[in-house]
Structures are given as C-alpha cells and as structure tokens.
Design a protein around this ligand. Structure first.
Ligand code: SF4
Length: 756
C-alpha cells in the first residue's frame, strides 16, 4: 500500500484561535518567497485534534524542536499541550535557530497524520510486492531481530549486517555504537550521498571538516557556493540578510536564479551545473593575476602554490566562459569583489557542492579560496576548531566506541575500502553507494535501517533490489513508505520529535537537552530506545544501559569529558553554557589546532595543502584538476546526443524535505504534483507550456511530470525536485561516482523533455 494516498486530515482547521487556513497559506507563501519571517514572533496554528480536547483542560507550554527537515540542530518550538495532545506550535523565542518555516508550522499534521505507523509489523507476504503485515509485539520484534541477526553473524560474520541511519540524524551515535558492539564494520548513514563530500574536501585542504561559515560582524564579503538557504534553512537566510544590511558583499554561485541570488547577490555567477571546477580554477586564477592573494599566509602556511598557480593559469575568463557559460566579465567582477573586501568567508552546501562526478577535486579548489585570501581562523573569516568534542550528530568518539573500532581492526574489513580508500580514511561510516554490489556478492545480508530511503540513491531500483535481496531487514520509521518498505521484512514505529528525547542540540558552547513534550502515540518508541533495546536483545544489555535513554545520554556526556551531566542539562531548559575560553584567532600559529601541539594545520604536511599529499599517496591527482561531468553537453559522446538538456536535481523547495511531507495538506498545495522546470527558450523550442504533461527521459529511464516554464533555470538546463515516488528522478540519475568521495552526480546528468 502506498503511504497516505487517501489522507483524511482536514485542510480546514477550526479557527477559534490561532490561524485560519487562509492566513496560514499567506504566511507560508511569504516564507517561501522571502525565505524567513522577519521576526521571531509567534506563528501559531490550531490543529484539528484540538476539537477533541476538553475546552476546560489546562494548557501547558513545553519546549520541543522541529524535525521536518534534516538539518542539525534544527529550530526550537514551543508546544501548547492539552491532555497529552499538542494543539498549537509556535517559534521558540531566544533560541539560536528560529523562527519556524512553513514546514515547522505544518508539523502537527505530520505528528497526527492518521496513517502514522503505530505498531510493530512483520511481513506476511513476499517482499517486492504490495506489503501485507501482521501486527506483533515489541518483544516478538526484538526476538525475531536477535535470532535473525545472530544467525547471519554466526554464518557470515558481523560485517554481513548493515547498520544504517538515515533521517533523522540524531540517533547516529546510538546506531554506530550498536554496530560496533555487534562487531560490524558496516555502519552507514545518509551522509554518504549528502554533505560529507564537502566536509572531506575541506579536511583535505586545511585539516578540518567544514561547509564554510556564515558571515560574522567583521565579515566584509561572502562567497556563497551553491546554497539556497531561503528555501532550505529560512532562519539562516535571516542571518545572511542581516549581514547584507551590515554591508557584507555577496557573490552567489548557483545555476538557478534563487532567492539567495535575487536577495543577496552583488554578483550572481549562474553556471552550467557540473562545471564548478572550471569556475573555481578561473576564480583562483583571477585572484592570482590581480595580486589579491595573501602572500604572507601563502608563503608560510601552504604547500603547492606554484603548482596550483601553473595549473589554473589555463583557466582564463574566456575559457571559463566557454566551459561554464558564466560571462568572462562577471567572473572578473566576482573575484575582484571578494578579493578586495577582506576578510571574506565562504558558505557552501551539499547540493551542487557535493553531487558531481568531479566533487573531490572541485570542492577542494573552492576551499582553497579562503586560504589563499588569508581568511582562515581570523575574525570574520572561517574559524577553525577545536570546539566541544561532539560530532555533527552530537555524539562522541568514546560513545561510538571508536577506540574499539581502531584496536580490533574494523577498518581493514570494510567493504568500501578498496573502491573508496579516501572516504574510508576519513570516515568510520561506509560509503553506501555500492550497496547493490555488496548484497549481490553476499558481503551484506541483513540490515537495520532507521529512516532509510531507497530513493536517496541513483538508479533507485538497484537499491530496492538490494534491500529486497537481503536475508533479513528491519526498517524503523514514522510511516510505511512503499518505495522502501515493500522490500523489508519488518517495520518498527518510531516516535516523532515531539515524543522523544533526541540527542543534544549544540550551538557553539551552548547545549540544549531535547526531551519529549508528549507521550508517543500508539506503541511508537523513541529511536534511541529502539536501538538500545535491539542491543539488549542481541546480548549487550550492560553496554546498552538496559534500554535506558537517559543513562545512555549521561554516558555520552561523560565521554565528552567537559564536566557536564544530564542533570545539569535538565536543570537548564534555556540551554547550558559550557564554560570555556573565547575563540582565539590564528590557532594554527600557536599550535592549538594540531593534536601534537605543533604550529600548523591537521594535514599530513601541517600546511594548507593546495596539492594534497593524502590524495597523491593514495594514487589520485593532488591538484584540484577539473574534469567535465561524465555525461556532459561538452563531451563528444554519441550516446548522449539525444539528451541535450543538463539535468539538475537534489536541491530543496520551501515546503518539502527530500521525499518527506508530500501528504501534508498545508504543504502539498504549493507543489501538488511533480514538475520539471525549464527555461522559456527550451520550452518554446519543444512547444511546451506550463502545466503540460511531459516525459523526461535519458538513456537510463523515463518519468512523467508537469512542465513549469520559468526564468529560474537557464537555457540548456532543467531542474527537477527529487523524492516523488510516482516520478522518481533517480530513475534518470546515473551511477558515475566521484572516485575520491564516491558521491553520485545528482547535479549534472543529461536528459530530454517531450510533450506526452
Ligand atoms: S528550517 Fe523549517 S523544517 Fe527545518 S527545523 Fe526549522 S522550522 Fe523545521
């Protein structure tokens, strides 16, 4: 059964308090267009569930957080709770991430959707067909999981079981700990096709994960490389607009005319998707030609400058224009603006930033720009660590048992080690893009899949088959999602954000504890609890704290070794400030970046590596050499001539997150059906108008959707929002993985569009 095809939830909530549907629509549309509410004023809704609450029941305000997108650490919410029902949500004032966007405002429709998964289910029919299930108890579920995983481990070894954490990200620490306890080197997450390529490239250049840093008070210019925060993180867009009002100059690199380009950009570099590496090389060349680089920093703290300068010299503005379609004068203007307004900062993203066949080289070139301009670890530039000892998902090395992983030789057993040695060097999570191959070879035979989504990979059917072909798999989710769950053996109901203790929310040195605002519906359980209880069932009762989430979080905090306990956090509902020194500048000069206390960066040479020693040692090109996408209009490939349009997919819209939220009436009205956006020129040459039913196809597949004719995309390019199970654009994206990062080319395929 497809998920929520007949959603019964009313679009017309009662309006005795809060907003009517009409005012909600107006507010949400404003958010979509402008990116964010101008203030953190309350933006309340009334949920239909309110109609069933006793009018005289007391209302209590409790803090929670939004889980509608998959960013961390997400926006704060104040819940109005009546009889264990949340009847209203509003932005949490004085919280670091606020106000709520349209998705957060609509979140109660997700929480109280009548089709939520509320009971554990065991398959009763064959996988790969419309699912039939039998309701089971949690005890039975855990017994089956323990029996099946233990049997597979006994026969094939622990690495045959994949422990995968998709969306949300908060349970990653618990999932990785479970994998290590089980003895499996096969821990994975959705970061292997999301943002981790960008982190890795920053690490290769200056020894620290980064996706850049938003402008501070001292920032004079900001290079935004492929981020549309107005739609993906509206509260962040607020901050960027404030920087603009302070006088910060912006260069925005994006193939589309987004609200970031129209609202922020002093110079918009609208490039052909996939040609970023040539643009970055041309940008660096301009900085060198114009004498704008920081000579002192480059001489003392970088290696490889002469080789880099010699390499990028070929990327003249004219050549860059031919490759990228960015006018030569525009490139010169952009480089001059950034190079003459110091300090600059850089902001990048997973979209566009990571989804190219050349990402491992091109993103390094982008991260070299702040280094060449001396903008690393200075006020207004990119500050560098060390910060608090938590990772991206607010977990720690100690809690994840990484010492065990290292001492017991997990690394050498990794399935992804041969194909992706660079990835394997940086991450203890596997690169998952070769999952079909690992399953076909019998290397992976079972999966614990939390928030997993087969549509997140290119050529989706291969991954559906891989899950289907596992001897046993269990999915943990809020809903039954046919495109993934038709291929699993068991489904477990997860509590939603309002119902669970999540990992910690970290904002610099401030920590928020996120506790449940209401009890879970039905038999749903917290994701952390489920993973700990699976661990108990597998025999790791002590190591999994007898399933006690609070005890696990207390242990996690102890491994951070910052003198903070769970009780401290519970006593600080407005956030706990971890004592510490204010950040110092130029820590690379004082030896405070490196573990050995020596001056320099955490790279093999101790310098910013303009030619990567790590890559050279592993047999890759050390320079950030540009290569055309595997499928490109500039390649002379006869097999591609029938597909003249560049296919750009993977970016966000204001009302959905990947494949989530499609069935929420208050959001679905903004984009009720799958659309392909194409330019007026390309539409005219194909006889297409907005609303026409079209077929989008290439050598790999075909999907049907509606045309939307818009100047948002440039001629020669189409843009498709992903995650529609009825028109999955990943039927068209190819498995031409970047050799350094393993990332798929969501942003640079080819296709054709014709009227149906
Ligand atoms: S940006 Fe929107 S969806 Fe994401 S956490 Fe904030 S309110 Fe929720």
């Amino acid at each position: 059964m497809l998920h929520k095809e007949n959603n019964a939830l009313s679009c017309e909530p009662p309006c005795q308090e809060g907003l009517t549907r009409r005012s909600f629509v107006a507010g949400a549309a404003a958010i979509g267009a402008a990116g964010a509410l101008a203030t953190s004023a309350a933006f309340d809704i009334v949920h239909p569930a309110d109609a069933f609450a006793d009018d005289n029941a007391p209302v209590e305000k409790r803090y929670s957080y939004c889980d509608m997108c998959n960013h961390v650490p997400k926006c704060g919410i104040v819940c109005h709770v009546k009889e264990n029902r949340i009847v209203r949500v509003e932005s949490r004032a004085k919280y670091p991430a606020t106000p709520l966007c349209a998705k957060g405002i609509a979140s109660l429709q997700e929480l109280y959707d009548p089709e939520r998964l509320l009971v554990p289910k065991l398959r009763t029919n064959a996988k790969g067909t419309a699912s039939a299930w039998r309701d089971i108890s949690w005890d039975e579920a855990y017994a089956v999981i323990a029996e099946r995983l233990s049997a597979i481990k006994a026969q094939h070894g622990p690495d045959a079981v994949l422990f995968f954490c998709g969306d949300p990200k908060e349970p990653r620490g618990a999932m990785q700990r479970l994998a290590t306890l089980f003895g499996s080197a096969s821990y994975g997450s959705e970061s292997s096709v999301c943002a981790a390529a960008s982190w890795m490239c920053a690490n290769l250049v200056f020894g620290q994960n980064s996706m850049g840093q938003d402008p501070g008070e001292a920032t004079k210019s900001c290079l935004v490389w492929s981020l549309n925060a107005a739609w993906s993180q509206p509260n962040r867009f607020n901050g960027l607009m404030s920087a603009k009002e302070r006088g910060t100059k912006f260069v925005v690199v994006d193939p589309r005319v987004t609200p970031m380009a129209t609202g922020l950009a002093d110079v918009h570099l609208q490039l052909r998707p996939g040609s970023d590496g040539a643009l970055a090389a041309g940008f660096i060349n301009q900085l060198i030609i114009q004498g704008l680089i920081d000579q002192e920093f480059v001489a003392n703290w970088t290696v490889g400058f002469d080789e880099l300068a010699a390499y990028v010299a070929q990327y003249t503005p004219q050549k860059v224009e031919e490759i990228t379609w960015v006018p030569a004068a525009r490139l010169i203007e952009a480089a001059t603006l950034i190079g003459t307004n110091a300090p600059m900062t850089l902001v990048t993203s997973s979209k566009g930033g990571c989804h190219q066949t050349n990402v491992g080289n091109y993103q390094r070139a982008v991260f070299m720009i702040p280094a060449l301009l001396g903008a690393l670890d200075v006020a207004g530039g990119l500050s560098l660590g060390p910060g608090l000892p938590f990772d991206y998902a607010a977990s720690t090395r100690g809690f994840q048992l990484e010492d065990v992983y290292e001492s017991e030789g997990f690394q050498a057993r990794r399935h992804d080690l041969a194909e992706f040695p660079v990835w394997a060097k940086f991450y203890k999570m596997m690169q998952t893009v070769h999952l079909p191959e690992y399953v076909a070879a019998g290397k992976i035979r079972a999966g614990v899949l939390l928030g997993a989504n087969a549509m997140m990979w290119p050529n989706t059917p291969l991954y559906q088959k891989a899950i289907n072909d596992m001897e046993f798999s269990v999915a943990i989710d809020y809903y039954e999602r046919s495109w993934t769950h038709d291929y699993v053996d068991m489904l477990l109901p997860a509590a939603m954000c309002y119902e669970r203790t999540a990992a910690l929310a970290l904002f610099g040195r401030k920590i928020f504890l996120r506790q449940p605002a209401v009890e879970p519906l039905g038999e749903a359980r917290e994701d952390w609890r489920i993973l700990l209880e699976i661990g108990c069932a597998l025999g790791y009762r002590d190591e999994c704290f007898n399933g006690d989430v609070d005890a696990a979080l207390d242990a996690l905090l102890a491994t951070a070794d910052i003198g903070v306990t769970l009780a401290d956090l519970k006593a600080a509902p407005d956030g706990y400030d971890v004592p510490g020194q204010p950040p110092e500048e130029r820590k690379y000069a004082s030896g405070k970046l490196r573990k050995d206390g020596q001056p320099g960066f955490n790279t093999p040479t101790g310098k910013v590596e303009l030619v990567s020693k790590t890559l050279a040692d592993l047999g890759f090109e050390g320079l950030p050499v540009y290569e055309e996408p595997v499928h490109s209009p500039l390649r002379d490939n006869p097999a591609d001539t029938a597909y003249p349009l560049v296919l750009n997919t993977g970016s966000r819209v204001p009302y959905y997150t990947h494949s989530k939220l499609r069935d929420l009436p208050w959001l679905n009205q903004f984009m009720p059906r799958p659309v392909v956006r194409l330019s007026p020129k390309d539409a005219a040459s194909r006889g297409l108008a907005t609303g026409d039913a079209v077929r989008v196809f290439n050598q790999q597949g075909s999907i049907e959707m509606e045309a939307e004719v818009t100047n948002m995309v440039m001629p020669g390019v189409v843009d498709i929002f992903h995650g529609w199970h009825q028109a999955d654009v990943n039927l068209l994206t190819t498995r031409d993985f970047d050799p350094i990062t393993g990332f798929p080319p969501f942003a640079c395929g080819l296709c054709e569009v014709v009227k149906k």
